[in-house]
Design a protein around this ligand. Structure first.
Ligand code: HEM
Length: 690
């Protein structure tokens, strides 16, 4: 009996295994799977996918297996990566026919209401996207309504900034904008910026729910965000019950009902809002950060953006906010943003699930597998982008532009990013405001970029912002006047601008212009400037007051340093004081001027400051070179001429011509007066000797 049973069991098992092998053989004869490797058992190629450079991951396999498609196993799923413009086109044109959306398991777990309420994941996700696509929240009309507020928030956050970590700033800005837009308020969410970071990082993490892992942190962060969102939802429900009219996405989600008349639960709403905030926050923040980095490296591009933005601002009335039509005029600025997203895509790509077996490029992809499309297969491919590593916004100006489906930062087809227009407005609004107010320098020019799926500057991209009034401080008076046509300023800002413009005219000795233009109705600060012009215009009053009280100056400088040590004025004051004190301090003054000459345009003021330091240090040759450069910029500048006289005397070179020039252009200059009195004394002495 036992023997019969055993042989029967053996036969059954044997025939079962044989059937599977035969079936597999038969199916593999009919189907040709794409080339590639599933990598290690269980984890497949997930480690390489997540932790190597995404472009290298794709490029290496495209080179090794096929330029069109390769198979791999990532995030626990058999996956094909579909590559190149043809792959993108094929995928975007077959949505919901051959594929449907697939969120990675980590995403499903973090946004857990998808799982708990709807076993059919794709159904739940399309529902969430429907909410965002259908009621037109992200359509131009709604965005146009929000644009003014977007502009105000951006202006306010950019106010009086000097040194910032750009990535941190961009995250606060974009989270504030997104929360105001989706929830109608931002305070509670902005406090949770670190939690949003954790969630964003966890979306591509391996599912390892133990303390210390990215996935664990993301789950914890999601709990904190969900808790806060539930408060916001309750507050909003309260407002709705009191009849307060609100038009945000949250309000819509609360009141909307499905076909059976059932409303969404609070947890589900919280998860959907969290999804939208994460989608609308990290991508935009990354783009803004890298935009600042690339433009900070190319001031020719900065100049072109500034010109475009000034033209737009010139068409607006004082204090008027940005409008939809303005955004459409920002063509060059948008090209710069596009180029930023090509070099650093804020989102590498997304997954789909295969709904039915299909064939692509001669290979069969079985139902149930996952498909991954990624910008990495085209963005830096020299086949599609000439010199792909070069930052060149003019690529998008050429009449034919990039080859279709090679540049798809927002995806394409029916699943194209619904937040594309919102993102465009948010980034352009930021760019408009930042260039109209500041120039900037990157404090760590070679900062390392970390994070492969979500690229980030290692130290958060620290930058120093230089308000346009800097031109005045460093003595670039004509530039201060030329760059002053910043229209659309608030009244307060306009007075500040006018004050600096008129002071620049005074510095250029155009006293009469200032006296004529500032009338009795002008605000008090301008009246003060007019008084200065009147005072200086009267030759009798041109008395140079020099107190020789460096002890007072030192006290004043300490106060300035407490307020802002790095401010241009503080640095200049420090250099002047060092020069007055002399001795070992001269070297420090020289370093400040040296730093200025690397950061800013070379002005007579900087060149003279540097030259005076050189003379104090006995380096008259260098001083002469610097002073001749200053003379080339302004042949009548009294300080340059006076310093050249002194320098030439030390070098044993003729100085008479410089002195004569100084006499002609500035007869009241101290050096001219001193030379005249010395000549007189000399003549008297000669006469007594004679
Ligand atoms: C520079 C900024 C952004 C970039 C580069 C970007 C890119 C993308 C990409 C590539 C996709 C995937 C499309 C696909 O699967 O084929 C996507 C999806 C999505 N994006 Fe964006 N996005 C950005 C900003 C935003 C913003 C600001 C929002 C919300 C306001 C948003 C909301 C979404 C949503 C809800 C989806 C899922 C759509 C779906 O599954 O049908 N995105 N985005």
């Amino acid at each position: 009996m036992d023997a019969i049973d055993l042989s029967t069991i053996f036969l059954v098992v044997f025939s079962f295994i044989l059937t599977i092998i035969l079936y597999q053989n038969r199916s593999s004869k009919n189907t040709k799977l794409p080339p590639g490797s599933f990598g290690w058992p269980v984890i497949g190629e997930t480690i390489e996918f997540l932790f190597s450079n995404p472009e290298d991951f794709v490029r290496d396999r495209m080179n090794k297996y096929s330029r069109d498609i390769f198979k791999t196993k990532i995030m626990g799923e058999k996956t094909v990566v579909i590559c190149g413009p043809n792959g993108h086109k094929f995928l975007f044109s077959n949505e919901e026919k051959l594929f449907t959306v697939f969120r990675t398991h980590s995403m499903q777990r973090i946004f857990r209401s998808y799982q708990s309420k709807n076993p059919s994941l794709s159904h739940s996700q399309s529902q969430s996207t429907r909410v965002i696509r259908q009621p037109g929240f992200l359509k131009p009309e709604s965005l146009a309504r929000y644009l003014g507020e977007m502009d105000c928030i951006t202006k306010e956050l950019l106010r009086d900034k000097v040194e910032i970590k750009m990535y941190d700033f961009a995250k606060i800005l974009t989270l504030t904008l997104a929360s105001r837009f989706f929830l109608g308020s931002s305070e509670r969410m902005v406090k949770l910026v670190d939690c949003f970071d954790d969630v964003a990082l966890g979306l591509h993490a391996m599912i390892l729910n133990v303390p210390g892992t990215a996935f664990y942190r993301a789950n914890k962060a999601a709990v904190a965000i969900r808790r806060e969102l539930i408060h916001v939802i309750k507050e909003k429900k309260d407002e709705i019950s009191k009849g307060v009219k609100t038009q945000d996405v949250l309000c819509h989600m609360i009141v909307v009902k499905d076909n059976n008349g059932v409303s969404m639960g609070e947890n589900e709403i919280a998860d959907k809002i969290m999804g939208l905030l994460v989608a609308g926050y990290s991508t935009v923040a990354t783009t803004i950060t890298f935009l600042v980095k690339y433009v900070g490296e190319r001031f020719d591009i900065y100049g072109k953006i500034l010109n475009e933005q000034k033209e737009i601002a010139a068409t607006k009335k004082e204090g008027e906010l940005l409008e939809w039509e303005d955004m459409n005029k920002m063509k060059y600025s948008w090209n710069v943003i596009c180029e930023t997203m090509r070099l650093t895509p804020p989102l590498q790509g997304t997954f789909r699930q295969v709904l039915t077996d299909f064939t692509y490029a001669g290979y069969t992809i079985p139902k149930g597998w996952k498909v991954y499309w990624t910008t990495s297969s085209t963005n830096k491919n020299p086949l599609y982008f000439e010199e792909p590593q070069v930052f060149d916004p003019s690529r998008y100006e050429k009449c034919d532009g990039p080859i279709p489906y090679t540049y798809v930062p927002f995806g394409g087809g029916p699943r194209m990013c619904p937040g594309k227009e919102y993102a465009r407005l948010a980034i352009l609004t930021f760019l408009h405001n930042v260039v109209m107010k500041y120039k900037w320098e990157l404090l760590l020019p070679n900062e390392k970029i970390v994070g492969d799926m979500m690229p980030t500057p290692q130290n958060g991209l620290p930058i120093r912002l230089h308000h346009h009034q800097n031109n005045f401080y460093i003595g670039a008076y004509q530039a201060a006047i030329n760059n002053s046509d910043v229209p659309n300023l608030s009244q307060e800002d306009a007075v500040e601008r006018d004050t600096l413009v008129y002071r620049s005219y005074i510095a250029l000795s155009s006293y009469q212009l200032v006296i004529n233009e500032i009338d009795a109705s002008a605000p008090t600060p301008l009246q003060a400037v007019k008084l200065l012009a009147l005072y200086l215009a009267s030759p009798n009053n041109k008395i140079l007051i020099k107190m020789h009280r460096s002890d007072y100056a030192e006290k004043q400088l300490r106060i300035m340093q407490q307020v802002d040590e790095d401010h241009t004025l503080t640095q200049l004051a420090s250099a002047w004081l060092n020069l007055a004190v002399g001795g070992s301090k001269i070297q420090e003054a020289y370093l400040i001027y040296q730093d200025f000459s690397e950061k800013y345009q070379m002005t007579s003021l900087i060149l003279n400051g540097k030259a005076v330091c050189c003379m104090h240090m006995g380096n008259f040759d260098e001083a002469e070179t610097l002073l001749l450069e200053a003379l080339n910029k302004d042949a009548k500048d009294p300080e340059t001429l006076a310093n050249l006289v002194v320098c030439s005397l030390h070098l044993g070179k003729p100085s008479t011509r410089y002195l004569n020039q100084l006499k002609l252009s500035n007869p009241e200059h101290t050096l001219v007066k001193r030379a005249a009195s010395a000549e007189e004394s000399f003549d008297r002495a000669v006469q007594t000797v004679a």
